[in-house]
Design a protein around this ligand. Structure first.
Ligand code: FAD
Length: 459
């Protein structure tokens, strides 16, 4: 941990977004003694987890001035992680046995995650810090401080000066649409998973789903309930892949990636198979975008790399006044937000110091060189994969907070293993009761819970 040189100071901080990352950032900043204003363009807290039955009018989300629907949640979505390892550390995401309307499953629906985040905001009095229906339209440095321009629901704008800005605006709203050769002249319908809500519109259709990770695996199975046939195109598979998957409707296949889309409506896969499809659903991920940020060209996004960002949080020459919480894609999101937020709060108060901008840039350049040597494409800079645990431990040590609990890391690893190997039933069948027990014993020893869930394994 870098020891503080300065005396502890309290800052006036703007947080952009009241999703999971903004809520925990606000709590940590407040705990550290800072004054916090959260700007949130929606009417409530929860961000991505606020389900909207209406999607955007542009199904691929390509038009730059389209009206934005923030959430990418579909009606049938359940968490892709067990709830014990998903929640914030001192506010575990455990079933609410006092309220029968709540979803007590280990992998609950999106509504339960929203309810959990609302509980969290209430418990830590965070809503009092939020300016709802207020969108940040511009953020820029001015004489060592930050000017934040916001616009409220009456379209009135306001300029305010803050000591620091923490960006928590999320990155699952701007679709990345994979390139498919020939697609421009292909006559069918196309939609990105950001705008997928329910399977109904795909009734009796032949559907090609591109992508087979969390959303692709879910959406292909959801659509298969009503479609005639569903064909998944999976980039990670061998070129000759062609497999019928076991689903009750007997209408789901997995292929290698798409070779080309044709004018006659067919889609040809690299395995040589062709299907005449009605719709292509892109489950191909999202792009980073911070339309409000004006840094005189210092920061940029190139091939989905947000740069320069020391440890994915601080832009060296603008730190610590500007920081980002929640950028890396990793399994254990909420806990990552929590640890990054503690670091930001401690750096802003002067309790922890950052290296000089030159040293941060050196570290960053070395990490880019390493990615290149490992053959990791630039667009995957913020996907931490196997190094996520090391990354979190590094930040936790830097700001002197508790390392991620071993049971939590094991639950995440097991959970992701099951997601990949058993996409049909990983949410309802598991083999890590011992880790559930460990989690609840941990919560109980810290007096964070007073009762146990119904699926708690008997000892
Ligand atoms: P968001 O939840 O997107 O919140 C950002 C907030 O910022 C929003 O409320 C938005 O309105 C606001 N905002 C944006 N721009 C502005 C602006 N200019 N002015 C004012 N306000 C603004 N993670 C898990 O841990 N478990 C899961 O099971 C899981 N499932 C997922 C399923 C899907 C389909 C997706 C897309 C992601 C999933 N994730 C999951 C990851 C999930 O995104 C994170 O867990 C987390 O909820 C993201 O929180 P966030 O606060 O960073 O962003």
């Amino acid at each position: 941990m870098a020891p503080a040189q300065n005396s502890i100071s309290s800052k006036n901080v703007a947080v952009i977004g009241a999703g999971a990352s903004g809520l925990i950032a606000a709590r940590e900043l407040h705990r550290e003694g800072h004054t916090v204003v959260i700007f949130e363009r929606e009417k409530q807290v929860g961000g991505l987890w606020i389900y909207s039955p209406t999607a955007e009018s542009d199904p691929l989300g390509l038009h730059p001035r389209r009206p934005i629907v923030h959430s990418s949640v579909y009606e049938s979505l359940r968490t892709n992680l067990p709830r014990e390892c998903m929640g914030f550390r001192d506010f575990p995401f455990v079933p609410r046995v006092d309220d029968l309307s709540r979803d007590s499953r280990r992998y609950p629906s999106h509504r339960e995650v929203l309810a959990y985040l609302q509980d969290f905001a209430r418990e830590f009095k965070i809503e009092e810090m939020v300016r709802f229906e207020t969108e940040v339209v511009r953020v820029e440095p001015v004489e060592g401080k930050w000017r934040v321009r916001s616009k409220n629901s009456s379209d009135l704008s306001d300029d305010e000066i803050f000591d620091a800005v923490v960006v928590c605006s999320g990155h699952y709203t701007e679709p990345y649409v994979a390139r498919v050769p020939g697609i421009k002249s292909w006559p069918g319908k196309q939609i990105h998973s950001h705008n997928y809500r329910v399977p109904g519109p795909f009734k009796n259709e032949v559907v090609v789903v591109i992508g087979n990770f969390a959303s692709g695996a879910d959406i292909s199975r959801d659509v298969a309930k009503v479609a005639k046939e569903v064909h998944i195109a999976s980039r990670g598979r061998e070129a000759d892949t062609y497999e019928k998957l076991s689903v009750p409707t007997n209408n789901l296949w997995i292929h290698s990636e798409i070779e080309t889309a044709c004018e006659d409506g067919s889609i040809i896969f690299k395995n040589g198979k062709a299907v005449h499809a009605d719709t292509v659903v892109y489950c191909t991920g999202y792009k980073y975008k911070f339309p409000f940020l004006e840094t005189n060209g210092y920061m940029s996004i190139d091939d989905n790399r947000v740069e320069p960002l020391y440890k994915h949080v601080f832009p060296p020459a603008l730190a610590p006044g500007l920081s980002f919480v929640g950028l890396p894609g990793m399994a254990i999101q909420f806990v990552m937000f929590e640890i990054q937020s503690k670091w930001v709060a401690a750096v802003l108060s002067g309790r922890v110091t950052l290296p000089s901008p030159e040293m941060m840039m050196e570290d960053l350049t070395a990490s880019y060189t390493m990615l290149e040597a490992l053959g990791i494409p630039k667009r995957h800079t913020h996907k931490l994969g196997k190094i996520q645990s090391k990354y979190l431990d590094w930040i936790a040590e830097e700001c002197g907070c508790q390392l991620v609990e071993p049971w939590r890391k094991k639950q995440v690893d097991n959970g992701y293993g099951r997601l990949v190997s058993k996409p049909e039933n990983y949410r309802d069948e598991w083999n890590d009761d011992d880790l559930i027990k460990e989690a609840y014993e941990d919560f109980a020893s810290k007096k964070l819970i007073s009762s146990l869930p119904s699926y708690f394994p008997e000892s």
